[in-house]
Design a binder for this molecule. Structure first.
Ligand code: F6R
Length: 613
């Protein structure tokens, strides 16, 4: 959840670290800090609040040096404040650490250290790490062995970066478990460390991803990787094609708005190289899917958190309808505690933008333990969910920076649709005509998404009417029921308006009691197989004085006559309609939040990548 950046080279580390932290601020933003080695001494600057406070601090009291580390924090232990911000220094001031994760046994470790006379300066669990390393440094005499010993004592999952003024030519980085990534960026006479690729992308695209229980000793000229236990590793160097410019806001006010508008491109890229419209075929080579494998599958389990889980809910319907394979969507944080019925005839598909969500990774481990084939649909290239899966679909959306996920929601909807077609085809369940029709339906999707985006002005007008709401209700049915959940989640997380979503047919079983003129209802009532049912639910809401905003198919006068406002989407095959119906709801949440003066890219209490349980 926190962001980490490190640099060692010939350039001034401070602006490089601040620049990297800026790109990672979306990961956590309650405090930030950096430590630089200057004339043999470690100098630290830390501030509560957003990164800009740290930038001001560094402006007023400049520090420079050619080796340094930085951190943006999302608090777990200890309130967000300057004293709890990272980096943390050892008692002597000779060792400094930044950390992502939770030291689960920090109370025991802290008690032991306090008994030995260590004085703690913060309330964080992280501080135990720096004191432990200093303690072992006085025994081993070198940072590498001291770090190995200290890491051996930590319980939980961690990404850690440390250096000492006693060895001014190196930084050590380590990863244990799934507390977020640790990536080493290779330069010429300089090297970088980060928790997330965008932080260093403008400097290098040659990357080494640390696996769990691996450690990197990073000098200006070299990177040596080994296990925590000391076995030498010869890592694979990956090359990342992401364009650094796509990690900038450009002409847009917020990353979220830019990413909403990038959906035409991201959907086009999702199809590129995978769909052959002429032959009506789908290619997903990174899944390594064979006819035998497709035929032996008895069950598909989709697992994910938050927005990605809503994509999974749509995916469940697509897989059952198109491929005829029983499918379930399991919330990742529940999955591993539910003793799931999963075996070697099951494919478990994890969906994750970051590929580092702790609960999703744990669900993948649980599926693996039970013998399932593990696939992932992931956006962040090189992330853990991509690396540990047996097969993977890369979302092709480019970096998603806004905390509220948008383009990384619509891309997996298309991925799952393509996957369902491929499975059905390999199992021999589709005629050539059926397959060609399903594939052909994909052709116009990017263009239709563009038509939804063209209606932003109308959505903005509706947002204006709803901007002061206290509560809102989102209704949908069938394949658009998950889109009601997704619309409500978008609204809650960035506008702080209480929103609930319901399968519309459930209204009469209780929630209809909530409807009055103060409870606007957003109803997805497009021309899909559930259309007539949605009309009657809208009528029921109107009969109780509700203000109804409908997401409706262009030209549908019947819905227009019934409701207070319409968010129009173009007509599309119903199985692909969620790609379109989600877009006006993303824009609605965005505009309501900005009209309320809120920071939509960094909503309170949230972090982009949730690497704690
Ligand atoms: C909401 C949102 C979150 C994420 C969830 C899973 O807009 O972004 O609900 O969808 O935290 O994250 P990933 O997809 O990175 O696993």
């Amino acid at each position: 959840m926190c962001g980490i950046v490190g640099y060692i080279g010939e350039r001034d580390a401070t602006p490089l670290i601040l620049g990297g932290l800026k790109k990672l601020e979306y990961r956590g933003y309650d405090s930030a800090g950096l430590a630089v080695l200057k004339n043999g001494q470690i100098e630290v600057r830390r501030n509560a609040g957003k990164l800009v406070n740290l930038e001001m601090n560094v402006c007023e009291q400049p520090i420079s040096g050619t080796l340094g580390i930085g951190h943006t924090r999302w608090a777990t232990h200890g309130e967000p404040s300057a004293r709890n911000a990272h980096p943390h220094l050892s008692g002597s001031g000779e060792v400094v650490v930044v950390h992502n994760g939770i030291v689960e046994n920090f109370i025991e470790l802290k008690e032991e250290l306090v008994t030995e006379g260590v004085v703690f300066q913060s309330d964080t669990d992280t501080e135990t790490i720096v004191h432990l390393i200093e303690k072992f440094l006085s025994v081993t005499g070198d940072l590498e062995s001291a770090a190995r010993k200290a890491l051996g004592q930590l319980k939980g999952a961690h990404g850690i970066v440390v250096f000492t003024s006693r060895e001014p030519d190196k930084i050590i980085a380590a990863r244990i478990g799934n507390a977020g990534g640790v990536v080493i960026g290779l330069g010429e006479g300089e090297n970088f460390i980060a928790s997330d690729i965008p932080a260093i992308l403008e400097h290098t695209r040659k990357l080494i991803f640390l696996e769990s229980r691996q450690m990197a000793v990073v000098t200006r000229e070299d990177v040596h990787i080994s296990t925590i236990e000391g076995t030498v590793i010869h890592p694979q160097v990956s090359s990342v094609a992401w364009d650094p410019v796509s990690a900038e806001k450009g002409e847009y006010r917020h990353f979220m708005q830019k990413e909403i508008h990038e959906q035409v491109r991201s959907l086009t890229d999702t199809l590129a190289g995978r769909v052959n419209f002429k032959e009506g075929t789908i290619r997903l080579p990174q899944l390594n899917l064979t006819v035998e494998k497709a035929k032996e599958v008895e069950k598909i389990v989709l697992t994910a958190c938050g927005t990605a889980s809503h994509a999974g809910m749509v995916g469940r319907i697509l897989i059952e309808r198109i491929a005829g394979i029983p499918a379930a969507m399991e919330i990742a944080s529940e999955f591993r505690y539910s003793d799931p019925i999963v075996n070697d005839k099951t494919i478990l598909i994890a969906i994750s933008q970051s590929g580092e969500t702790a609960d999703t990774l744990a669900a993948m481990e649980e599926g693996r333990r039970k013998g399932a084939t593990i696939w992932s649909i992931v956006n962040a290239i090189g992330s853990q969910a991509m690396r540990v899966a047996d097969g993977s679909i890369s979302m092709q959306t480019g970096p998603e920076i806004g905390v509220a996920s948008t383009k990384a929601f619509t891309a997996p909807l298309v991925d799952l649709y393509m996957l369902a077609i491929l499975l059905a085809d390999l199992r021999g369940d589709l005629s050539v005509q059926e397959r060609k029709k399903l594939v052909e339906d994909l052709r116009l999707i990017p263009e239709l998404a563009g038509r939804c985006l063209d209606r932003e002005g109308e959505v903005e007008e509706t947002a204006y009417l709803l901007r002061e709401s206290k509560d809102m209700l989102y209704l949908g049915r069938g394949i658009n029921m998950p889109i009601a959940y997704e619309g409500a989640l978008k609204l809650k997380e960035i506008s702080y308006i209480h929103a609930e979503a319901y399968p519309a047919g459930e209204m009469k079983h209780g929630p209809i009691a909530l409807i009055d003129e103060n409870m606007p209802v957003v109803a997805i009532a497009i021309k899909d197989p559930w259309y007539e049912k949605m009309i009657s639910q809208i009528e029921q809401a109107k009969a109780r004085g509700g203000i109804v905003v409908a997401v409706a198919t262009e030209g549908d006068e019947r819905v227009a006559a019934l409701v207070d406002r319409v968010l129009w989407v173009p007509e599309a095959p119903w199985m692909l309609s969620p790609v379109l119906t989600s877009i006006p709801l993303q824009m609605l949440a965005y505009h309501i939040a900005t009209m309320r003066g809120l920071d939509v890219d960094q909503p309170r209490n949230l972090a982009k990548s949730v690497t704690v349980e």
